[in-house]
Ligand binder design. Structure first.
Ligand code: KG4
Ligand code: ZN
Length: 368
């Protein structure tokens, strides 16, 4: 029987606290092209973690175990595809919570072995940027500056292609999303903090508090958000007050939230400007949960237009964690990068480009 001209494949995401499964269809290698998302479903674990104000790794792993098979069933059902139609199993194997990653990888290995299919392991951060290409399949996203702003990462890359992203710089402490989550907790708002802070900014004055913007005038492409978090704590506590002694008014919460959000956005925009100027790249791809933030989206669009750069920013469902972005696996399959069945997960950050021995890709020149 002749092989279909297209390849239908399953993609899995279990790096943190979202259990995702997606079915995609793209050109069968050696033909190249961007896959189409036939179905993408995500089971959020927010309800399980919110009372702790953050993700509890063991709870996340157990929830992935419960959710992964129902999510796969649901994605296949929505895509109207059977297991027998699949031609590849893709899974995010790095970076993330080790116990959470293991659930996705074990499931993917089992399916690949049982169905005799190639297993392709992808990098979650490369996937966040590839979400831009999925969202704009008819446009060339690469080469671009890539900005990943998520709960665990705040990183800038120079990406020559989907699998050739050179790390330019990242946070030295908290990630931007982590700062949103921690500040939301200080302000007595819910979890995850990003959407809660965004809601709380309504009616708030972004100039009410002069919060620090770390490394704003520093040439290095590095971020720091932990001082900002502490500054919010001190502003909330007030001089000589012990924490919790004064109940902040709704207006004060709104002002704190708006001033905090503006400080984060100022830094993200300024560092991205530096990255665009240094690399000379004229395309900008943005991914990760914080890219769902309305103020951030407005300001980054303004930056792109100032710099004459084309902006690629996915719709909200492709910004936050999802399995469709593991569709970058089709690029890997085309490059012959199939994983062995004894592959393991990598919890820590592996800098794309360096891990694969590609070294420096772009010569980064100083600001003109
Ligand atoms: O990419 P993501 O779904 O998961 C990780 O890979 O970390 O990002 C989650 C992060 C959380 O910290 C969450 O608070 C933040 O993205 N986030 C937002 C918004 N929506 C989600 N931050 C700011 N504004 C939002 N609207
Ligand atoms: Zn993510």
């Amino acid at each position: 029987m002749e092989a279909r001209p297209t390849l239908v494949f399953l993609a899995l995401e279990t790096t943190c606290d979202e259990t995702g499964a997606a079915v995609l269809e793209g050109p069968r290698p050696p033909a190249r092209g961007v896959p189409r998302v036939l179905a993408s479903v995500v089971a959020s674990q927010v309800g399980l973690h919110e009372r702790f104000g953050g993700v509890v790794p063991e709870i996340a792993s157990r929830a992935h175990v419960r959710q992964i098979v129902p999510m796969i069933d649901e994605a296949l059902r929505r895509a109207q595809v059977n297991l027998g139609d699949l031609g590849m199993i893709a899974v995010a194997t790095r970076p993330g919570l080790v116990g959470a990653l293991v659930v996705g990888l074990t499931t993917a290995k089992t399916l690949a072995l049982a169905l005799d299919l190639p297993l392709v392991a992808v990098d979650h951060l490369e996937g966040h940027l590839y979400a831009c290409q999925l969202a704009f399949p008819d446009r060339e996203v690469y080469p671009c500056v890539g900005l990943v702003v998520s709960g665990g990462h705040t990183s800038l890359y120079a990406c020559r292609g989907p699998l050739q992203c050179e790390f330019l710089g990242g946070t030295t402490d908290d990630a931007a999303g982590e700062a949103f989550d921690k500040v939301a907790s200080l302000l007595g708002l819910g979890y995850p903090g990003g959407p809660e802070i965004e809601r709380a900014t309504r009616g708030g004055d972004p100039r009410a508090f002069a919060f620090p913007r770390s490394f704003l005038h520093d040439d290095r492409l590095i971020f720091s958000f932990s001082g900002l978090k502490t500054a919010v704590l001190y502003a909330l506590r007030g001089p000589n007050e012990s924490f919790g002694a004064v109940q902040p008014s709704p207006q004060m919460i709104a002002d704190l939230a708006a001033s905090f959000q503006e400080a984060v956005v100022d830094v993200l925009v300024a560092k991205t400007r530096q990255a665009l100027l240094r690399t000379g790249l004229k395309r900008l791809g943005v991914g990760g949960g914080v890219a769902a933030n309305t103020r951030f989206r407005e300001r980054i669009a303004g930056l792109a237009s100032d710099c004459g750069a084309e902006l690629f920013i996915p719709p909200l469902a492709l910004c936050t964690d999802n399995a469709a972005m593991a569709g970058i696996a089709l690029e890997k399959l085309a490059a012959g990068d199939v994983a062995a069945l004894d592959i393991d997960v990598t919890a820590g950050l592996v800098r794309p480009g360096r891990s694969s021995g590609q070294g420096e890709i772009f010569s980064v020149r100083p600001d003109p």
